[in-house]
Design a protein around this ligand. Structure first.
Ligand SMILES: [Zn+2]
Ligand SMILES: [Zn+2]
Length: 374
């Protein structure tokens, strides 16, 4: 014999309200329209049958006294009704969410997404750009209503303008009134007698247009700029959707961005690193003086404050961080070699002892960055 209480996850003293709530919850989860799992359909039939028995006072009384109205057979319920029909039966039509009556031909248009490549300098300072976009716009011939000028629409004679046809079906929930959109008019309640030649009755045509946009300073790859109402125009001259412009910042050959800081590296001769120097650095802000203090080590960084990327939210800019590569000379002529040997003697460095150095955080950071592929 079927255990209908267990099928609904209920105890034997469940109230009518408990039974209804349990079934509603399970039906939502299991109905084949929403759950394509292989066992969902059988499970759905099983809980529907349980609900059929337990929700009917007479069948329930018989069942509680030990008689299964289905003679112990499983299955056969909940077929032929769509999920929304069942939900409508519970919620009186509100659950499906579908507005009743003829639907408007006006529909909000879809959002559109396009990708915009910019260079690093445009990301740092912002830019004005022109975009060419291809979207649906209102048809100029019919101004969106879809009819040849001077014609118009007539009331659908299949549904009488209601946009839907109703049927009564018997079901385990009692009589269920189901509504289907009218197929003759696709639910609009009216029929376009003479579709517009230009747009075939859609009320819109695709066209290319140019749009100026301001790219704010500080954007990064993945930033989306929303342009309200610049997306696709809706059917029947409905309001346009929004246009999203997704930024893609092209890699720069010198500067690498991390957050709002920019990083670059300079090669410096060993002598300049030892003695200190200054030179002009070609930055995104133009040529700037860069001071290298004496005794600069390989891997040291020089921070140029406020010369990074503009903060997208808030004010100010990140920093430009210059990583110094100290270059050891390789091709020495006789004189240079002689000078270096003299220097080594003067500094007592002819036979320096190699020493294990303590781990520096700078080095650790570099190793970690290398490991993370930064
Ligand atoms: Zn048209
Ligand atoms: Zn109709």
């Amino acid at each position: 014999m079927n255990d209908y209480y267990q099928d609904l996850g209920l105890s034997r003293d469940a109230s009518a309200e408990d039974i209804k709530r349990a079934y509603r919850r399970l039906a939502r989860k299991l109905h084949p329209d929403v759950n394509s799992g292989p066992e969902a359909e059988d499970e759905f039939k099983r809980v529907s049958q349980a609900y059929d028995v337990l929700s009917d006072p007479e069948k329930k009384r018989a069942y509680d006294m030990g008689a299964d109205p289905y003679g112990g057979q499983a299955g056969g319920f909940g077929q032929g009704f769509s999920f929304s029909d069942i939900m409508d039966a519970f919620f009186g039509g509100a659950a499906g969410g579908a507005a009743r009556g003829p639907r408007s031909r006006k529909r909000r248009g879809q959002d559109a997404l396009i990708r915009l490549e910019i260079d690093l300098s445009q990301a740092v300072f912002g830019a004005e750009r022109e975009l060419t976009i291809d979207t649906a716009v209102e048809c100029g011939t019919c101004h969106g209503d879809g009819s040849q000028p001077g014609t118009g629409t007539r009331t659908c004679d299949v549904c009488g303008g209601r946009g839907e046809v109703q049927q009564v079906q018997r079901s385990f929930l009692g009589q269920v009134m189901t509504s289907r959109p009218c197929t003759a008019c696709q639910g609009y309640g009216t029929v376009i007698s003479d579709p517009c030649f230009e747009c075939s009755g859609d009320g819109r045509v695709r066209t290319r247009r140019t749009l100026k946009i301001r790219v704010p300073a500080g954007v990064d790859t993945g930033t989306r700029i929303q342009l309200t109402g610049e997306g696709e125009v809706g059917q029947g001259a409905g309001p346009a959707g929004d246009l999203y412009v997704e930024i893609h910042v092209m890699p720069h050959e010198t500067f690498q961005r991390r957050g709002d800081d920019l990083h670059c590296s300079v090669d410096l001769p060993m002598t300049a690193a030892a003695l200190g120097t200054s030179f002009k650095l070609d930055t995104l802000d133009g040529m700037k003086d860069l001071e290298i203090r004496r005794g600069t080590q390989a891997g040291d960084v020089v921070t140029m404050r406020g010369m990074g990327v503009t903060h997208l939210r808030g004010t100010g800019r990140g920093d430009l961080i210059v990583h110094v590569n100290v270059q050891t000379p390789t091709k020495l002529d006789a004189e240079q070699e002689d000078l270096l040997r003299q220097l080594a003697v003067l500094r007592g460095e002819e036979r320096p002892e190699g020493q294990l150095a303590p781990v520096s955080h700078g080095l650790l950071g570099k190793l970690r960055d290398a490991f993370l592929g930064k």
